[in-house]
Design a binder for this molecule. Structure first.
Ligand code: AMP
Ligand code: ZN
Length: 110
């Protein structure tokens, strides 16, 4: 089912993005407003609106394992990195398709 969702449109190739990594389960691309030298978003290919809507523990675990793979083996963030997932309005979530921000490439402020 096609959702009218910004990241689903990116997945469908209807909105351009700078791909960093892709496999059967996830898609990773550069954030359009980077807040660190490396700022990548990792999304499941299945539309899940927020973390609170994720029902499949295996799928969530796989997502996090792939985030680690992308940070290390694709982005080469050997010094380490930070993950952020904003959850719903109060958490600052703007795009309602579950995503993990990977931030790295400099000493992060806090
Ligand atoms: P969030 O507050 O976690 O929902 O963050 C959404 C993120 O998506 C923000 O960091 C935006 O800069 C980013 N973003 C919005 N539109 C695009 C786009 N077309 N391509 C890449 N990143 C985007
Ligand atoms: Zn979506």
């Amino acid at each position: 089912m096609m959702h009218d969702c910004l990241f689903c449109h990116i997945l469908a190739g209807e909105i351009p993005s700078e791909k960093v990594y892709e496999d059967d389960d996830v898609y990773a691309f550069n954030d359009i407003h980077p807040k660190a030298p490396t700022h990548v978003l990792v999304i499941p290919k299945q539309h899940i609106a927020t973390l609170d809507d994720a029902e499949d523990a295996m799928q969530l675990g796989l997502l996090m394992q792939k985030v680690s793979y992308i940070a290390n083996d694709v982005l080469k963030l050997e010094a380490g990195y930070r993950l952020i997932t904003n959850v719903r309005e109060g958490g600052g979530q703007v795009v309602f398709h579950l995503h993990v921000h990977i931030l790295g490439g400099k000493k992060l402020p806090f």
